[in-house]
Design a protein around this ligand. Structure first.
Ligand code: HSE
Length: 399
């Protein structure tokens, strides 16, 4: 029998508890051991809940219990999650976590501590919720040089953009509806401004490059400025708008960004709707691989966490090979990155042609402005030209 402890009995923690109990036959058989939840740590009380018998309020009870072999950190936030996880690994326990903030900030250090103790620090649920993506990048796509990772990695924003497209509604109203339905947080900034997605692409890019990508150095733009008029133009171009997190690896040159993008019908991420996530990985031998599924939610996320618990138990005294070193991965200056841009302006067509030369105009039937798509140009070149012209808004194209 293997004893485990769950840190945090919120949405994901209670899902982990439920899966280990409800799917006990499956998870016990797959791990080759009976999994026993010895402790649940939470500051709150849960009268009448099945966790009541194993609920503790003091982390030291878990840390100092040598019987606990796997700690499941599903509290979220950086502190005290970091201190709890670090001390658990140093005490010779393996850790499974869903905490993307923790992994993006301290991933390399915690992996290093786990390896030096022949234990594991696993975080499948930190990116893409229930979609297997960490293990495939780390353990399966190992014959390739990963050239690109691009995906819809945030369910909340994809839900909002899908509703805006379908209902022609504006951002603020759609966000309010998403909050009322419990899809979006009361404080939605991390999702809508791209701060959640940027941590996820930083984690995946760190795994692909095996060095540490600092998420704070990645260009990040959210969806709060996208309007119903933008969707009218998207429709006129047979396109849709998605929040894309992307990194490209070209030898030593690595670029990364999070931004709303216009995608053509036929693009692999075009049909990804609502809270679903979709992640594309391009290897130089295997080509393109797509991972699609529930990127958030209690049971999908908990399912990924429990799969890590099974993996920890299968490899109790040996580290599985997560390659991610503390050495910093330098990123290319985003201002050199090149794309086409869709632009809305009140300037006339002659002035647009004067400034941008080769453009395609788009008619969405909106009075008092025109839309156009530029040729491929760098971010810095675009910024200079847009300054001369005066623009209402712009969205990058991924075509
Ligand atoms: N807030 C996140 C999302 C949860 O909407 O995708 C999963 O990380």
């Amino acid at each position: 029998m293997i004893k485990v402890a769950i840190l945090g009995y919120g949405t994901v923690g209670s899902g982990v508890f439920q899966i280990i109990k409800e799917n006990s036959n499956i998870v016990n058989e797959k791990s080759g051991e009976e999994i026993d939840i010895k402790y649940v740590l939470d500051l709150r009380e849960f009268p009448g809940d099945p966790c009541e018998d194993v609920l503790v309020h003091d982390y030291d009870v878990i840390l100092n219990d040598p019987e606990v072999e796997v700690v499941i950190e599903v509290m979220g936030g950086l502190h005290p999650a970091y201190e709890f996880v670090k001390s658990a690994l140093e005490a010779g326990k393996s850790v499974a976590t869903s905490n993307k903030e923790l992994v993006a900030k301290y991933g390399a250090e915690l992996i290093d501590i786990a390896i030096s103790h022949n234990r594991n620090f696993l975080f499948e649920a930190a990116v893409g919720g229930g979609i297997p993506i960490i293990r495939p990048i780390n353990m399966h796509i190992t014959a390739d040089r990963i050239q690109e990772i691009a995906g819809i990695m945030n369910g909340t924003t994809n839900y909002i953009l899908t509703k805006m497209e379908k209902e022609g509604a504006d951002f603020d109203i759609t966000l309010k509806q998403a909050q009322d339905l419990g899809y979006a947080e009361r404080n939605p900034e991390a999702d809508i401004e791209g701060f959640d997605a940027v941590r996820k692409i930083a984690i995946l890019t760190s795994l692909a490059t095996e060095k540490t990508v600092d998420f704070e150095e990645i260009y990040t733009e959210g969806i709060s400025k996208i309007t119903s008029d933008d969707f009218k133009y998207a429709k006129a171009m047979d396109m849709t708008i998605k929040l894309i997190a992307c990194s490209k690896m070209d030898g030593k040159r690595v670029t990364a960004f999070v931004a709303p993008m216009l995608l053509k019908e036929g693009h692999p991420l075009y049909p990804i709707q609502d809270v679903t996530n979709g992640i594309m990985v391009r290897g130089n031998m295997v080509g393109d691989i797509a991972f699609i599924g529930s990127g958030a939610g209690k049971l999908p996320t908990a399912s990924a966490v429990v799969s890590d618990v099974v993996d920890c138990i299968r490899h109790l005294n040996t580290s599985t090979t997560i390659q991610w070193k503390a050495e910093k991965q330098e990123l290319e200056d985003f201002s050199f990155s090149k794309k086409k841009f869709f632009v809305r302006t009140k300037a006339g067509k002659d002035k647009v042609r004067d400034v941008f030369k080769d453009v395609e105009f788009v008619d969405a039937g909106i009075d008092g402005e025109i839309g156009f798509v530029t040729s491929v140009m760098s971010e810095s070149d675009f910024k200079a030209k847009a300054g001369t012209l005066g623009v209402i808004s712009r969205i990058r194209l991924d075509d």
